[in-house]
Design a protein around this ligand. Structure first.
Ligand SMILES: [Zn+2]
Length: 92
């Protein structure tokens, strides 16, 4: 009697597992919309993956913004150093 119950339980689990696998493998490519096959997860082809990573770089991460701000600050300091050097020479 309890065997019938466990059969339907395992069948339900198998259906759920199959459904999950189908959903995972039929995800469309986020770049061109083609269905991705096999073990591809981020994009359908190298070209789409490159396009995706290029697109993802547009909004800056906090670390990237920090790095850019740091190099801008360094550049500004160099500019103001050069400017004060020029002014010293100009005032002479
Ligand atoms: Zn694609």
């Amino acid at each position: 009697m309890h065997e019938a119950l466990s059969d339907s339980e395992s069948e339900r689990a198998a259906v759920a597992a199959r459904g999950g696998a189908v959903v995972a493998s039929s995800r469309p490519c986020p770049v061109c919309g083609e269905p991705m096959t096999g073990r591809k997860t981020s994009a359908c082809s190298d070209r789409c993956r490159a396009a995706k990573s290029r697109r993802r770089r547009v909004p800056l991460s906090v670390d990237e913004a920090k790095a850019i701000r740091a190099s801008l600050t360094t550049a500004l300091e160099a500019v103001s150093d050069a400017k004060s050097t020029l002014e010293r020479y100009g005032n002479r």
